[in-house]
Design a protein around this ligand. Sequence first.
Ligand code: SAH
Ligand code: F3S
Length: 482
Amino acid sequence: MEKIIDENKQGETLTLQHKEGNKRKLFIESYGCAMNFSDSEIVASILTDQGFNTTQNLEDADLVLVNTCSIRDKAEQTVRKRLEKYNAVKRSHNPKMKVGVLGCMAERLKTKFLEEEKIVDLVVGPDAYKDLPNLLAEVDGGNDAINVILSKEETYGDISPVRLNSNGVTAFVSITRGCDNMCTFCVVPFTRGRERSREPQSIIEEINDLWNKGFKEVTLLGQNVDSYLWYGGGLKKDFDKASDLQKATAVNFANLLELCANAQPKMRIRFSTSNPQDFTMDVIETMAKHENICNHIHLPVQSGSDRILKEMNRLHTRAEYMQLIDNIKKIIPDCAISQDMIVGFPTETEADFKDTVSLMEYVKYDFGYMFTYSERPGTLAERKMEDDVPEETKKRRLAEIVELQQEHSGFRTRQNLNTVVEVLIEKESKKSTAHWSGRTPQSLVTVFPKGDYKIGDFVNVKVTDCTSATLIGEAIGYSKNN
Ligand code: SAH
Ligand code: F3S
């Protein structure tokens, strides 16, 4: 079974508290990574000022927006099915409804969308959301509208996203946009543009604001957070042209983590995603120094074979990655490590695949997201390499590592038996109204009887039982962070 990031959230509709006087109805749906869900909050915030209230009822909507993902072909097919659905509703119920495509598919397909999908009125790329008021005016005038210009500057640092349908406890804060890494399989550098970092002060202000609203955990988001670098604005790749003063006062990711951890010492700080080639020792040391930075690193490796890593343009070797894992575990022994893995990249042999398996055996990841290679138009791999691993082989290899990961997850989870873990309560357990569900700093879901505790509390839980991915226990009191 293929795992998808944010599995339970795919296609979730965003709803906000209604603003008095707003007459138009917006239906907004998101697919793909956490960054897309975070972007939809920015879009909803912009449209609140344009007279829109959100609705969960597609039939009622004046405007339907879908925030899209291009990472694998399957993700695009899901969105195409949704577009057919909107089309059907528009024909049968609501001919005045307008439909817009946001995000990575908008950027990748550009005008093709307006030509191919006749019901699409609006196409907006990830850097153009501030242009929505103008684009909507165009659409209201009966025209199609499109803006897919990628920006060197845009970080939406000045827009405070709305988060009213969240659990009120955990939130995403985006810190970088775009990616410069050019992994040969990946479409993100094409759909999200060049890498740029958001001004630290606006990040801290957002975290303070979240704390004041009762939030207890933030996840700093970026395609490659370790590459964060603020030197007064501009692209990461232009840093060498910065002045001496800019260079001397620049803020890197370890500095930013430190600023965030100090700004709200009781707020849990997480970050995602890390890239091995940019992950530095000072980040590990900063994590070790601050209790409120959670001991979990999502550290995708994609393959355990040096030859495939090279073909993927991942700029590190297997040995360097293993060294990094050793360093992390030496300084933070209880640090959880999770992975993303791709099987069936062009030319991957059985021997290459065995290297992936043995790397997994070495690390014994806490959890992971595993995928079969999906060729993406325009990427270097698509242009230079033949997608030559048969589908059946890809599927077999995927099944093998998914099973292996399950074993490792079980092994890691069981290590918590009979210990006491700190849990931040996020919501009611899906399986029982008598239980709370939350996560440990290592991101392990934990359920326990509710007692007198409430959502947002930090609780010490004695672990009495577990499944392969969930801890089961009993609360024994508030944790010292509460
Ligand atoms: N740095 C990003 C990566 C985004 S893509 C982040 O923030 O997580 C998430 C994962 O999708 C990648 O790590 C990779 O494992 C997988 N992926 C990307 N392109 C893919 C492709 N063409 N086929 C299969 N999986 C892919
Ligand atoms: Fe994609 Fe590699 Fe960047 S996976 S998002 S190009 S780090």
